[in-house]
Every structure is written in structure tokens, then in C-alpha cells.
Design a protein around this ligand. Sequence first.
Ligand SMILES: Nc1nc2c(c(=O)[nH]1)N[C@H]1C(S)=C(S)[C@@H](COP(=O)(O)OP(=O)(O)OC[C@H]3O[C@@H](n4cnc5c(N)ncnc54)[C@H](O)[C@@H]3O)O[C@H]1N2
Ligand code: MOO
Length: 439
Amino acid sequence: MSVAGTPSDARKTTATLGCDTGSSALRGVDAVIAELLIQADTHHTNLATRQLPLTACAGRVLAEAISAPHDVPAWANSAMDGYAVAAADLLSAAQQSSVSGTETSAARIHLPLDGRQAAGDSLCPPLRAGHARRIFTGAPLPAGADTVIAQEQVMREGESVYLPRTARGANVRAQAEELSRGQCVLTPGTRLRAPEIALIASLGYARVRVFAPLRIGLLSTGNELCTPGAPLAAGHIHDANGPGLATLLRGWGFEVIAQGIVADQPAALTDALLSLSAQCDVLISSGGVSVGEEDHLKAVVSTLGELSLWRVAIQPGKPLAVGRVGSCPWLGLPGNPTSAFITAMIIAKPYLLRLQGQARVQASRYALPAAFSWPTAKPRRQYLRASLNDSGHVTLHAQQGSAMLSPACASDGLAMIDAGCTVALGDAVAFLPYAGLLS
Ligand SMILES: Nc1nc2c(c(=O)[nH]1)N[C@H]1C(S)=C(S)[C@@H](COP(=O)(O)OP(=O)(O)OC[C@H]3O[C@@H](n4cnc5c(N)ncnc54)[C@H](O)[C@@H]3O)O[C@H]1N2
Ligand code: MOO
């Protein structure tokens, strides 16, 4: 990806592009996210916490540090089904074999067995000197043994075995090789996904302290909107943003109080915002934040609290607004469905996750070769519906309209092209998979 000129040149390009009125005044996406994260950091410490059973913690954010109550592994054990030996015995047996000349293959050492050790055995007597012990994966390593030889490499003959030379320590999971007792393994702010839940369970904890889920008040604004399932009157459309955004927000672990459709009229908006702000930690609306005479939301929010930011250098999603209703933060997403989704995933998500107490909030992005060219630099950062082809190159969906939903369903993620940048075929371009944005 290349930037058109220096940063100041890029600003000049932006300012002189007549087709995007007012773009020079737009705030950059990264600056807006950084500002929102600072706001969230000063807010989230007030969040309530609860101690919950592990089975109820999926997607919750940890509110306490988790330390290992014991070494992991707590005791040395076998990583293979095979035979436990002392490496020193292999060496001395090998020397004897070569002196007596009884060893048919120089690689084989003959040792008698002293018993059998399975996972879950409560007794584990020490290994007898000069012996091997049948052992199974996860079984404790007997004192005196330091090496396990996988059974595929061993010839068994009655109660003795022929063993290959093996490096000391092979196939042994040493005590504390992963974690030491008392070591902090998860810090507050960690989102609990399947691996974290399994780790906590493995340490023996049945309950952990997590943050209460953020309660988000959601409303779809617009006089043209109609609830899905209801017949459409002339000039009306079904509300896509309400169900879509609620799904996104619930997928990120939040509780959603869905207000449904609210007419774009000052009185109706005022009532809805005041009632939701009394029950919620954050308010999210879609629609009514652009420049039209029917876009009343910004004025209403200014009256009820403060409009702190409006318009971001992002495409789609430019009219995004941020403010508060009383002390309740409000994010006003644009009405075009894809603009609403993209601003939710790119800007609202890190803010909300941080408000929820989560430490790591940025979505993964990968630099991958472009299977397209983007010859004209744009004044706003682009988030384009994109997929990966069989060679792992980024392809763009043919339709990129911000009112269109089907391209998002037919793609794998978003290609990001910075403001002022062009892309030539084969250039590295940032790709954000939906997998990291939707969950
Ligand atoms: N003169 C200008 N017009 C527009 C500008 C501009 O800068 N100057 N910006 C455009 C951009 S960019 C966007 S994005 C939209 C955003 O406008 P609003 O946030 O005010 O949204 P609405 O006008 O209410 O709706 C826009 C569009 O989306 C449809 N919509 C709204 N809500 C829903 C919903 N819940 N489900 C499905 N579809 C919805 C609505 O019917 C409109 O078609 O403004 C541009 N205009
Ligand atoms: O930025 Mo608008 O969101 O292009 O449609």
C-alpha cells in the first residue's frame, strides 16, 4: 500500500477533494478509537462484579487474577504410552551388552520390567534400578525414572523389553514445566473463551469473579422503519439494523435492551433515550445522524446531555456521532445498514469491550497480498467487503454500497485501505476476518 505523498500532502489532497464535502474536518478512525478507549478506561472501574460458576462464564470478562494453586504439571508424568526408564540404566546396560556381545542390534538395550503404571494409579513405587516400567500417557513418572520410550519403538519379550538408546528426559512432562505454583496465569480483563475456561478448570477452580455484562440500550430510528414480519406501507422498509446490531452486541457478550423502532421525531427520541438511559450503561442508536432535516438525533442528544464528536474519516460510516444522554454514553451509528455494522465492529466494539473491563480489544488484522488494485486515494479510510481466494490473496466484492447487506454475507471480512493510500496488485493490504469482528 502506498500513501499519496507525505502526511501533509495527504491532508491537502483530502481538503481539495470537492466530492467529499467537509472531509478535512473529519476525525481519523484510530484517533477516535484511542479517545473512546481513554473514556472507557475512566468509566469501567465502576462495573459490578459477580462470582459465577465456570459453566456460566463463557464470553464474560475476568474481574480477578487467576494464579496457579499448584505446579503444572503437579508431578512429572508420561507423555506417551510406553516404558519408563532411567537414562543412566540405558547407558550402563548398553555398555554391558557390547562387552558381552549378546546385543544383536547395537541400538537395543535389554531391561527387565518391574511393573505397570497407569494414569490415575494412586501408588507409584520407585523404579527398581536396572529395570523398565510399563507406563501410560498421563501416569506419574516413578522416582528413579527420567525418560519414557514410546511403545512403538520397543520390542517386548515376556516380562522384559529391548529398548533403543533414547535421550534423557524424552517423552516426560516435567513437574512445573508449564506453570509454577503461585504464578499468575490470567489477569483481570481477560475475556473467557473456551481455552481460558478449560485452563481455569484444570487449576481446580469451579467459580470465578467476572464483570456483570454491560447493559446496552438499542434503538433503530427512522420514520420509514417497520418491524420485520409486519406488512410494509408505501415508502417503508423493514428494520434490519435492530436485529442485526442486537445479534452483534449479544455475540460480544453484552445484555441488550432493545427498544425497537423509534420515529425520527424529537419528542419520541427524547422519551426513548431518557427511558433507556435510566436502565442501561450505554446507548446505541442507528440512523438519524446525517445532515438531513429529518435527522434530529444529534440535536436531541445535545439537549439531553452532550454531543462530543460527529463525523469520522471512515467509509462507510462517516456520520458516526458520539455523546451522552445525562451521564449515559451514546453512540449514534449511521442508518445505512452496512455503515451501521462497520462502525459497530470497528469503532463501537473496542470501546464497549473496554467499558466491559476487557484489556485486549483490537481486532486481529493480517497483511495479505491484494488481488485487486485501488488506484485512487480516498480521503476516508475504506473498509471494503472482501474475501480470500485460493492463493490467500484478498479479493473485493463487486458491490460495496453502504445500503447493501448481501455483500457482507458473501464475504469473509474487511479489507482496510487507509485514507490517502492506493493499492497496486500484489501489495500487502490489511485484512480483518469477520471471525475476529463478529465474536
Ligand atoms: N447530503 C448528505 N447526505 C448524506 C450524507 C452526507 O454527508 N450528506 N451522508 C450519507 C451517509 S455517508 C450515510 S451513512 C447516511 C447516514 O444517514 P443517517 O445516519 O442520518 O441515517 P438515515 O438517514 O436515517 O438512514 C440512511 C439510510 O439507511 C436506511 N436505514 C436507516 N435505519 C435503518 C434500519 N434500522 N434498517 C434498515 N435500513 C435503515 C434508511 O432508510 C436510509 O436509506 O446518510 C447519507 N446522506
Ligand atoms: O459513509 Mo456512508 O456510511 O458512505 O454510507
